[in-house]
Design a protein around this ligand. Structure first.
Ligand code: AHR
Length: 524
């Protein structure tokens, strides 16, 4: 997809005034050439019952003084609606394999208080349960991705949960749901069968997990009549959270020989960007250029990680029927000082925004196999979209990247030929620029350009063939420093602003600022 154009891709131009070297990147795009669909579910999110991800971040309860609709924060809902979040994975994560759904239904004052033993052993009131999650999904206009409990649950418990959610017929469980205020069957788009079953989900061997997978796949189903032929629920099996492929091979080999009685549609993999193994120690604020380069370098590994898993999957599924689902990804950094380390609280900087764009671009380039991804996590946890503190809310730089990428949802990939150039810094080598393009259903061409160089702007000279462009516009996200953040007091430090670009004789010209994410639309 990327190739050097006779070595002319990167040039150094001397501009007038003080001697200042400005890099030039040449891009070549033929808008009539199309690739895979960039599935909207690549922009999915993950909301686990962890720290203040759900409680306080989304759920404040109907009696809260924080403006809410049936207990769900209005400010958070409004912000998320603008992202057109395609799906939300819930309730975990490691929490999923300890969750017993019956504790989270019925009148709030009758629900038992339990311990969240996956995350800090804190008391869980269970006031945000299935019906509240479905209400949240409905309010933000998204689709439900539920993870069922394989580790400490049973197939019967999971089967009854799906019946509670999706039965339209007057079964006892459907009547119970109606008595809880929800007569209509819910739609469930995706069902994860366990989570990290090789670790927190039960430390299973691949073979043991495959035997569980077959049973859950066979007996746990969506019974909503509206999802029987069209909009069928997709079942997602556990894949690895490590580059080695033995687990993938075992699960895919079983899939290759599946019969009518069981099946799955996606293989879930988890890959976080961090400085080392555990516990991640890189700070999320107050870091310099060395940490910037190192984290972005680590983020590039996503491409190798996916390639390895894809090669293993191709052996058993060359037609790519099973989707690769990256349902946990993002930067995992050190907990903010003074916070509960089990709550995984970190700030979110311009560096996270650049990382997010790099990862989304990698997913787009793998879109023929990678058809779903869920950033970890939605609110207040890890690389969050949104941070809250009581009644205050702030949108993070990563939020703005997701907003800028909305037009890429369900678009069609268009290859971009370019030489990314090289950036040597602090002992690491990075590409200087990254770029992806796609066409939406109305024929617009969308071009994203990430300038990883923290110091130099890059002049973009892009040849655009295969369409007649009438107008061009765009926006860019950058800030004064790589560790710039938005805070409750200063929420607009890292926000997108308009960028000008010109188009002449089929060539697009613009200058992208150092350390920036830019999205341009070219109107036919
Ligand atoms: O996202 C936090 C945790 O990371 C999830 O619970 C788990 O699946 C993963 O290890």
């Amino acid at each position: 997809m990327r190739k050097s154009l006779l070595g002319l891709g990167f040039m150094v131009a001397i501009v007038a005034g003080p001697v200042l070297a400005q890099e030039t990147a040449r891009l070549s795009i033929d808008a009539s050439k199309t690739g895979a669909k960039i599935d909207r579910n690549l922009f999915g999110q993950f909301a686990e019952n962890l720290g203040h991800g759900l409680y306080e971040g989304i759920w404040v309860g109907p009696d809260s003084s924080i403006p809410n609709t049936r207990g769900i924060r209005n400010d958070v809902v409004t912000a998320l609606r603008a992202l057109k979040v395609p799906d939300v994975r819930w309730p975990g994560g490691c929490f999923a394999d300890q969750y017993h759904w019956r504790k989270g239904i019925g009148p709030a004052d009758k629900r038992p208080a339990t311990l969240n033993s996956a995350w800090g052993g804190v008391v869980d009131t269970n006031s945000f349960g299935t019906d509240e999650f479905m209400d949240f999904i409905h309010q933000i206009g998204s689709e439900a991705y539920v993870s069922v409990n394989v580790g400490s649950g049973t197939p019967q418990e999971a089967s009854e949960w799906l019946e509670y959610m999706t039965a339209a017929q007057p079964t006892a469980l459907a009547k119970e749901r109606a008595a809880n205020g929800h007569p209509d069957a819910y739609k469930v788009g995706f069902m994860g069968i366990g989570n990290e079953s090789w670790s927190c989900g039960g430390d299973m061997t691949p073979d043991y997990y495959v035997s569980q997978l077959k049973i859950y796949s066979r007996f746990v189903d969506n019974v909503n009549p509206s999802q029987k032929s069209a909009n069928q629920m997709l079942k997602i099996a556990v894949g690895p959270g490590f580059p080695e492929t033995e687990w993938t091979e075992a699960v895919m080999k079983a899939w290759q020989h599946h019969d009518w009685s069981w099946n799955f549609d996606g293989l879930s993999v988890h890959w976080y960007t961090k400085d080392k193994e555990w516990p991640p120690a890189m700070p999320s604020t107050g870091f310099g250029l060395e940490d910037y380069s190192k984290l972005l370098k680590a983020g590039l590994f996503m491409d190798d990680f996916l390639r390895k898993q894809e090669t293993a999957m191709d052996k058993y599924d060359p037609e790519k029927k099973v989707a690769l689902v990256v349902d946990e990804w993002g930067a995992w950094l050190a907990p903010l000082p003074g916070t509960n380390k089990d709550f995984l609280v970190q700030q979110n900087s311009l560096r996270d925004a650049i990382l997010a764009s790099m990862e989304l671009n990698i997913f787009a380039r793998h879109a023929d196999r990678v058809r779903m991804a869920n950033i970890a996590q939605m609110v207040n946890v890890l690389q969050a979209m949104i941070l809250t503190d009581k009644e205050k809310m702030v949108l993070t730089p990563t939020y703005y990247v997701f907003k800028m990428y909305v037009p890429f949802q369900d678009s069609t990939f268009v290859p971009v030929d370019f030489d990314p150039g090289t950036l040597h810094r602090d002992g690491v080598t990075l590409p200087r620029v990254d770029a992806v393009a796609a066409r939406d259903s109305s024929g617009r061409l969308w071009l994203e350009i990430t300038n990883l160089d923290p110091e130099k702007p890059v002049a973009i000279d892009a040849g655009v063939a295969g369409m007649t462009v009438k107008s061009v516009k765009g926006e860019t996200l950058t800030a004064s420093a790589v560790d710039s953040v938005n805070t409750f007091d200063l929420p607009n430090t890292v926000v997108p602003k308009a960028i000008s670009a010109t188009l002449k004789n089929g060539r697009l010209a613009l200058t992208v600022e150092p350390k920036s994410v830019t999205v341009i639309s070219l109107e036919p």
